[in-house]
Design a protein around this ligand. Structure first.
Ligand SMILES: [Fe+2]
Length: 117
């Protein structure tokens, strides 16, 4: 495996976690009528921030910089998703579906990283 792929995938994973942080923050803000779901989202936000920090530490150890462009792209995507969700009457269910799909994407990304390392 070429090192450049591993480096790029780590940058992608970092941008993915930044996107997740933004998605979870905007979801949590709009769940005032769903306290149990909001608590679980807040818990996952904490896990996501922890994961993002772990990635940053690993990348620093390996001498790999994060990509400001990819991180910004992830945050912008999250902003677009949040805006789209606000228009829907069923935004809580749609948010749950989007979060489930995003978690599957995260799992696949980390499996690829594990296989490549
Ligand atoms: Fe996650």
């Amino acid at each position: 495996m070429e090192t450049k792929y591993l480096e790029n995938w780590l940058r992608d994973a970092h941008a993915m976690e930044k996107q997740a942080e933004e998605m979870l923050k905007s979801q949590a803000k709009r769940l005032e009528h769903y306290p149990a779901l909001r608590a679980r989202i807040d818990q996952h936000l904490e896990e996501t921030t922890h994961q993002s920090d772990k990635l940053e530490r690993l990348m620093t150890e390996l001498g790999i910089d994060t990509s400001a462009l990819k991180d910004m792209g992830g945050k912008l995507s999250a902003f677009g998703q949040a805006l789209g969700g606000m228009m829907a009457g069923d935004e809580v269910v749609k948010g749950g579906i989007a979060s489930y799909a995003f978690e599957c994407f995260e799992i696949a990304s980390y499996k690829a990283l594990i296989a490549a390392s």
